[in-house]
Design a protein around this ligand. Structure first.
Ligand SMILES: [Zn+2]
Length: 94
């Protein structure tokens, strides 16, 4: 056997999430992901110069990650938040 005698190729890690703000998302442009401002349509993106009837909710929050030896502040944005929560923000909003 080729791998006989090698150390296992895995490790275990854990972390604790702490969220420090009440808002964990913003309403953003589906194209460029920048914050949008309310308009006569449901949202207007100044960057794209476009109106959107269905703007996106985009994750954006800070977390303090700790593993028992160190602490690290991190910013979670968009798809990374979707990976953590397993869904888009609009699915977990009341
Ligand atoms: Zn835009």
């Amino acid at each position: 056997m080729k791998d006989k005698g090698k150390a296992p190729q895995f490790f275990l890690t854990t972390c604790v999430f702490q969220m420090f703000s009440e808002t964990f998302f913003y309403v953003g442009c589906p194209s460029c992901k920048k914050k949008i401002v309310p308009s006569e349509a449901k949202g207007h993106c100044a960057n794209c110069q476009a109106d959107f009837e269905e703007p996106m909710h985009i994750y954006s929050f800070s977390v303090l990650l700790a593993d028992g030896s160190e602490r690290l502040w991190a910013q979670v944005f968009g798809p990374n938040g979707e990976s953590i929560f397993g869904s888009l923000p609009s699915f977990i909003l009341p």
